[in-house]
Design a protein around this ligand. Structure first.
Ligand code: SF4
Length: 94
């Protein structure tokens, strides 16, 4: 997954480096831009507690989660939900 991260290591790059610029307007204010990628893309079996705590304070959490669900993001924490939680949400909301 490291190839998903841009060299500057910002969350915009970490989470959004494959999105074209008009799609990026909603993500200004992303709190994860101020942290490292390790929180949001942990090794398998590692805790996502810190990422979820940061997401809980993030003003764009809902938009972030919507984006992840709409684009079927499979890896990492988005909008405060882990990969498994997003999968479960998708399954229960059908
Ligand atoms: S909700 Fe979490 S992953 Fe999404 S932009 Fe905010 S801090 Fe980052």
């Amino acid at each position: 997954m490291i190839e998903r991260f841009s060299p500057d290591g910002t969350i915009l790059a970490m989470h959004f480096d494959t999105i074209t610029s008009p799609d990026l307007a909603w993500q200004e204010g992303a709190l994860c831009a101020q942290t490292g990628a390790d929180f949001f893309f942990p090794e398998p079996g590692s805790s996502v507690r810190e990422a979820k705590r940061i997401c809980g304070l993030c003003p764009i959490r809902a938009a972030c989660l919507d984006y992840a669900l709409d684009h079927d993001e499979r890896f990492g924490v988005w909008g405060g939900l882990s990969e498994k939680e997003r999968l479960e949400l998708r399954r229960t909301s059908r």
